[in-house]
Design a protein. Structure first.
Ligand code: ASP
Length: 432
């Protein structure tokens, strides 16, 4: 009996110690345990996938109401349309500029790593199939014919456009629209609270997802393409910890504080491979850990989750060169310029969901006449690459929000400096 009681005490001690750990530590433990379990169990690890699916469903459940309510609140909090216009312009310019830097880095890494050299592949089909939508189609489709359908379908870009339009109308109407504004603001608060609840399940969901990925890919699939995986991972690390650090330092911000503050969002992005899925976590980190004002976060981050794809751009650079090398095709200087241009713009049309970048890769390949078979090669390991590129995408979104926050005086510097140590919640709510 005594033995039983002491073992119960020991267990409850362990449990409360586990509970007291910071979320990012728990997520890291979940990730490592999941990978280990997956490699040990092999394909049998699929039984753990429902745990991951449960978590994924939880965050997907949040996306549409969270984006809509927080974006409308963000727009109405900006009070004057000139602030909003300036923030929107800054976001788009920074997202496109960092995208162009990312793809250029991807090309340089692809050139020096030469992951496809010596593969001697032969293209079967001459005709390239372009499955990706054109730029014009993407732009026209941004305005929803039916906003409810856009929300039901989870179309984030259309939901953003509708939310911005509703926000502007509420601001223009003033008093008359106040009741609706209050309802939506309260809705946003509810969604933030729900986000924290879903996030506390992250370590277990991520355990299930990692076990499934490791178990279903196994080392046999990963080894032959290890060089491409290595190139994408090295490029991602260089871009985040080198490129972003330099940009932050140029703005007088400490990279250390930034990277401590974004860790939760990065781990969620890495394990879910979805920028949209990681959006609740990015908003939580940006506001509570980095001290960016709520209204700015709710405007810049949903936009970033759909428009900004730095990691995807980098991956497309590496993969385009990998495919060119594998099929023995020489690219001219003009081809590199075309790749940079197409890939930067393709990012706008890439949805923040798993695997979207692979479809956009076909657009980039078509633009310079590279064979579509290359996509099949990459598809085998795409999930592994997707984890890294999504992590960069999300980090880039938050980095741009931080830069704009600093520029607009919407960054709580004390909170930023102590990022990761405590959840301040002191981020200001109203902008302007
Ligand atoms: N999975 C990526 C994201 O959600 C998009 C991609 O496939 O590149 O950010």
């Amino acid at each position: 009996m005594e033995h039983f009681m002491s073992s119960v005490k020991q267990k409850s001690g362990l449990f409360s110690r586990w509970k007291a750990l910071p979320l990012w530590v728990k997520i890291m433990v979940g990730m490592a345990a999941g990978l280990l379990t997956g490699f040990l169990l092999g394909p049998k690890a699929t039984v753990l996938k429902p745990l991951g699916d449960l978590f994924l469903n939880g965050i997907k459940m949040l996306i549409v109401p969270l984006v809509f309510c927080s974006l409308v609140s963000g727009v109405t909090a900006m009070k004057d349309t000139s602030t909003m216009g300036r923030v929107a312009l800054k976001s788009i310019v920074l997202y496109l500029a960092t995208g162009a830097i990312a793809i250029s880095l991807g090309l340089v890494i692809g050139y020096f790593f030469a992951p496809g050299e010596g593969m001697h592949m032969v293209a079967q089909t001459q005709e390239a199939v372009n499955k990706a939508p054109s730029m014009i189609d993407t732009l026209v489709a941004m305005v929803p014919q039916n906003p409810l359908k856009a929300m039901v379908d989870g179309n984030i870009l259309q939901t953003i456009v509708f939310a911005i339009a509703v926000g502007i109308s509420i601001s223009l109407l003033g008093k008359k629209a106040e009741p609706m504004q209050k309802v939506i603001e309260s809705g946003a608060e509810i969604m933030y609270r729900l986000t924290s609840m879903v996030m506390s399940f992250a370590p277990y969901g991520i355990f299930g997802l990692m076990a499934w990925v490791a178990g279903s890919y196994g080392l046999e699939v990963l080894l032959p393409l290890a060089k491409v995986i290595g190139a994408v991972y090295v490029g991602s690390l260089l871009l985040m910890y080198g490129g972003y650090s330099l940009i932050l330092m140029a703005k007088g911000l400490s990279p250390r504080g930034f990277f401590r503050g974004v860790l939760d969002a990065q781990t969620i992005a890495f394990s879910t491979s979805s920028s949209s899925g990681a959006l609740p976590a990015s908003m939580h980190c940006a506001e509570n850990k980095l001290g960016i004002s709520k209204s700015l976060c709710s405007f810049v981050l949903p936009l970033g989750a759909t428009v900004n794809m730095n990691g995807t751009a980098l991956y497309q650079g590496v993969c385009a060169l990998f495919i060119a090398q594998a099929f023995g095709i020489d690219l001219a200087f003009s081809d590199y310029v075309t790749i940079i241009f197409t890939s930067t713009l393709a990012a706008v049309g890439t949805a923040g969901v798993p695997g979207a970048g692979l479809i956009m890769l076909s657009l980039v390949l078509t633009s310079v006449g590279l064979p579509m078979e290359g996509v099949a090669l990459i598809a085998a390991i795409d999930r592994i690459l997707d984890m890294a590129r999504t992590c960069v995408n999300v980090t880039g979104d938050i980095m741009v929000a931080t830069l704009i926050g600093k520029g607009e005086g919407e960054l709580d510097q004390a909170c930023y400096n102590s990022a990761g140590e405590s959840e301040s919640g002191s981020a200001r709510v109203v902008m302007g």
